[in-house]
Write a protein that binds this ligand. Structure first.
Ligand code: TEU
Ligand code: CA
Length: 581
C-alpha cells in the first residue's frame, strides 16, 4: 500500500498523493478488544485472533494503544520500560507475529508512543528521585525547595489539580501534567531526546509503520517557569490550559529534530495528538516543507459541545450543528493546499460516537451511526474509526463511582468531592462524557461477557451486548457493520472522496451539514441530518439533476413542495459522475 492508489490531485502542491492520505485508520484499544487467556484483559494474541474482522472492514492502518511495560495507572500511558511489552499484553514475539500478520493482510500497524512523560516506575525516574546529583535527575523537570513554592501548573489527573509533586529525597518538586505517577520528561536535556529517538528507531526497525505521538504538543516547557495567571491556566480542565501548554518555546525545534534524526530515515507515518492546537496553527506541524509530522489529531472537533473551562461537562442541549460545521470547515480551509487533516468522532478518551454525536436510543441508534460514518468517511481528511463503533456500541452510563476504572474519572471525582463540589452532577456528566464509556469490552457475540473473555472482564460489559454484537451485525445485511464496509469501499473507489476539494453548502442551516467534494470533474454532494427530526433541505440545496444517489441510510428520499425532506439522521451522498458534468 506504499504506492498511492490515486494519481490525480487537486493541483495543489500540498495535496500531493501519499498512501496515508488514502488510508482509513482503525484504532484498537488492546485492553478491551479480545482477551486470549481468560485473565479479563485484552492482549496481543487476542488482537491476532480478530485480525480477520479488522481486515474485513477494508481499513489500511491499525493503531494500537500502548502495550509497553507499565504499572497501568493510566492504562499503559505511563510507560516503565520503552523497549518491553507489558507481560499482561503478551511478549515481544507476540508483537512481531502481530506485525507480520497485519502486513500479510496488506495493512500497516502503528503504535502509540508516550514521550511527554514516563511512569514514576521507569528506571530513569527511580534514579532521578534519589538525589540531585544523580545523573538521571536532569531527565525530569524540578523546582528546588530553596526557591519557595513552584508557580502553579495543572496536573490534569491530580486529585488537587496540581502539576508539581514534592519529593523529599531531593528537596524539590517534580512536574507532572497528568498524574503524579506520570512525571514529565525534560526535553531540554539532549540526552533525553537521544534516548527517546533511539526508542522510536527500535520499534521502527522491528517493522512498525509509524506512531501516534501521545500529548506531543506538551513536550516543550518554558523553563523560566513564568507565573501564569489563573485565567489563562484555569484549574478547570478545558479552560485555556491546552493553548498554554501546547505553546512551549522549543516545540517545533524538537519536532524538526525528531524528523531529521528519525522519521526522515523511514517510510513511517507520524500522527501527532495535538491538544491545544487551533486550526490556524495546524500548518506549523503538517506543512511538508517544515518537516515535522504528517498529520495532527486536533481537539476542536471532538470538544464541540463541551462547556469551556469545565471538566468535560456537556453544554445543556449538546453541541450545535453550526458550530461543528464551522470547526471542520475552518480546519479544512487552514490545511487546504498545504497540509492534510484527520477526522475522528470517538477514541479511548471519549464517550461513544453514537452517544456523543447521534442518538443511542433503539429507534435512532443504527440510523445515527450510519449518518456519522457517512460524515467520517466522506471528509477531506484521513478518517479514524474507533473499535466498537463499527458495530454500533454505545455509552454504558455507570451510576456508581466504583464501576469506573479510569484514573481521570476517579481523580476528578476526588477533586470535586474534596472541594465540596457537586459530585452528583459530576456523575451525570460522566455518563455522557466519561472515558470508560469508550473502553467497555468489545461485544463480539451473545455468549458470556460478549465473547470478550473466558474470565471476568477488567471493566463491565455493556448489558446490551445480547442485541449489539459483531456476530449479529455480521448476519444482518442492513447493519451498521455492513454499511461501514460499503462506505470504506466507496471512499476508495472515488478519488474525489479522498483528494477532492471540500466546499461547505448551506452554511446557515441549523440542522443539516451539507458539503460537496469535487475533483477531476467528479462531484459528490453529501447531505447529513444531524437531528432526530424531519428537516427540510431548502430549495437552494443543490441536488443536481441526473445525479446518482450512492449512499442512503433510508430506503428512499422524500420530497415536499419541491424540497428534499431529510428524515431523522438521514445521510445522502449524491454523485454527479464525470460523464454527466
Ligand atoms: O491524552 C492527552 C490529553 O490531552 C488528555 O488529557 C485528554 O485530553 C483527556 O484524556 C480527555 O479526557 C493522551 C491519551 O490519549 C490519554 O489516554 C492519556 O491519559 C494521556 O495522554 C496521558 O498520557
Ligand atoms: Ca489477557
Amino acid at each position: 500500500m506504499n504506492t498511492p492508489r490515486h494519481t490525480d490531485t487537486t493541483g495543489c502542491a500540498g495535496d500531493a498523493v501519499a498512501w496515508w492520505k488514502e488510508a482509513v485508520v482503525y484504532q484498537v484499544y488492546p485492553r478491551s478488544f479480545k482477551d486470549s487467556n481468560g485473565d479479563g484483559i485484552g492482549d496481543l494474541k487476542g488482537i491476532i485472533s480478530k485480525l480477520d474482522h479488522i481486515a474485513s472492514l477494508g481499513v489500511d492502518i491499525v493503531w494500537i494503544n500502548p502495550v509497553y511495560a507499565s504499572p497501568d495507572r493510566d492504562n499503559g500511558y505511563d510507560i516503565s520500560d520503552y523497549r518491553a511489552i507489558q507481560p499482561r499484553m503478551g511478549t515481544v514475539e507476540d508483537l512481531q507475529l502481530l506485525i507480520r500478520k497485519v502486513h500479510k493482510k496488506g495493512m500497516k500497524i502503528i503504535m502509540d508512543m508516550v514521550i511527554n512523560h514516563t511512569s514514576d516506575d521507569h528506571a530513569w525516574f527511580r534514579e532521578a528521585r534519589r538525589s540531585r546529583d544523580n545523573p538521571f535527575y536532569s531527565y525530569y523537570h524540578w523546582w528546588p525547595a530553596e526557591k519557595g513554592k513552584p508557580p502553579h501548573r495543572c496536573g490534569f489527573f491530580d486529585p488537587a489539580g496540581k502539576g508539581w509533586h514534592y519529593n523529599k529525597a531531593t528537596r524539590s518538586w517534580f512536574l507532572h501534567y497528568f498524574s503524579k505517577h506520570q512525571p514529565d520528561l525534560n526535553w531540554e536535556n539532549p540526552e533525553v531526546r537521544e534516548q527517546l529517538y533511539d526508542v522510536l528507531r527500535y520499534w521502527l526497525n522491528m517493522g512498525i509503520d509509524g506512531f501516534r505521538l501521545d500529548a506531543i504538543t506538551f513536550i516543550s516547557k518554558d523553563t523560566r517557569w513564568p507565573y501564569v495567571t489563573p485565567t489563562i491556566l484555569k484549574d478547570g480542565y478545558y479552560g485555556d490550559w491546552g493553548h498554554y501548554y501546547a505553546k512551549g518555546p522549543r516545540l517545533h525545534e524538537y519536532l524538526r529534530e525528531m524528523h531529521e534524526k528519525v522519521w526522515r530515515h523511514y517510510d513511517a507515518v507520524t500522527i501527532a495528538e495535538a491538544p491545544g492546537i487551533k486550526a490556524e496553527e495546524a500548518n506549523l506541524f503538517v506543512d511538508p516543507e517544515r518537516k515535522e509530522v504528517d498529520m495532527v489529531c486536533h481537539f476542536e472537533g471532538i470538544m464541540a459541545g463541551y462547556m469551556p473551562g469545565e471538566f468535560k461537562k456537556m453544554q445543556p442541549g449538546g453541541y450545535s450543528v453550526k458550530e461543528l460545521k464551522k470547526i471542520y470547515s475552518d480546519w479544512d480551509g487552514a490545511l487546504n493546499c498545504r497540509g492534510w487533516g484527520t477526522i475522528y468522532l470517538g477514541n479511548h478518551d471519549q464517550p461513544r460516537m453514537i452517544s456523543h454525536w447521534g442518538h443511542d436510543g433503539a429507534e435512532y441508534r443504527d440510523l445515527s451511526a450510519k449518518m456519522l460514518f457517512t460524515f467520517l468517511l466522506t471528509m477531506r481528511a484521513t478518517p479514524f474509526i474507533y473499535n466498537g463503533d463499527e458495530i454500533g456500541m454505545v455509552n454504558i452510563r455507570f451510576d456508581q463511582i466504583e464501576d469506573y476504572q479510569d484514573i481521570e474519572t476517579r481523580q476528578v471525582y476526588q477533586r470535586i468531592k474534596g472541594s465540596g463540589g457537586d459530585v452528583n452532577a459530576f456523575m451525570k456528566d460522566q455518563q455522557l462524557a466519561g472515558r470508560d464509556n469508550g473502553r467497555t469490552p468489545f461485544q463480539w457475540n451473545k455468549r458470556a461477557y460478549a465473547g470478550f473473555t473466558r474470565g471476568k472482564p477488567w471493566l463491565k460489559v455493556h448489558p446490551n451486548y445480547i442485541q449489539i454484537n459483531a456476530a449479529a451485525q455480521e448476519n444482518d445485511p442492513s447493519s451498521v457493520l455492513h454499511f461501514v464496509r460499503d462506505l470504506i469501499r466507496l471512499r476508495k473507489s472515488i478519488p474525489a472522496l479522498v483528494y477532492g476539494k471540500y466546499e461547505l453548502l448551506l452554511p446557515e442551516h441549523p440542522d443539516v451539514y451539507a458539503y460537496c467534494r469535487k475533483g477531476n470533474g467528479d462531484r459528490c454532494i453529501v447531505l447529513l441530518n444531524f437531528t432526530s427530526r424531519d428537516v427540510s433541505c431548502p430549495s437552494d440545496c443543490p441536488i443536481p439533476v441526473g445525479g446518482e444517489i450512492i449512499v442512503n441510510n433510508y430506503s428512499g428520499i422524500r420530497e415536499r413542495d419541491g424540497h428534499w425532506l431529510l428524515r431523522p439522521y438521514q445521510a445522502l451522498v449524491c454523485r454527479v459522475a464525470p460523464a454527466s458534468t
